[in-house]
Ligand binder design. Structure first.
Ligand SMILES: [Zn+2]
Length: 111
């Protein structure tokens, strides 16, 4: 692992508090992330970053009370294709697909 900012290869892992805001909903969670031991910048670590985004999604769906399965159910109850449903809720088809697969939360802002 190498720091993008200073090029240092010494890194460490620590608990990091993530604060997200989506619309009026603010939420936070703690997950392990990798940092540069020289400049303390966040260093990309595929495994830890993946864990963090999974945690972000599960935290958000717990708060809002929706989950990808319910989105798919809702869409199918109206017999809509992903394309049609995306148009109705006002997002891109790609976004809807990643949301249905639980891969992302559309429009989240990383603070
Ligand atoms: Zn650095």
């Amino acid at each position: 692992m190498k720091c993008d900012i200073c090029g240092n290869t010494n890194t460490y892992i620590k608990d990091h508090k993530h604060n997200y805001k989506r619309g009026n909903i603010k939420y936070s969670f703690i997950s392990k992330r990798r940092f540069c031991s020289n400049c303390n910048n966040l260093v990309y670590d595929a495994e830890l970053d993946n864990e963090a985004s999974k945690k972000a999604i599960s935290t958000y769906t717990e708060i809002v009370g929706i989950n990808p399965i319910e989105i798919i159910k809702l869409r199918k109850s109206y017999n809509l294709t992903q394309e049609q449903f995306a148009k109705i809720i006002g997002c891109a088809k790609k976004t809807l697909i990643s949301y249905e697969q639980g891969k992302s939360i559309p429009n989240d802002i990383y603070i």
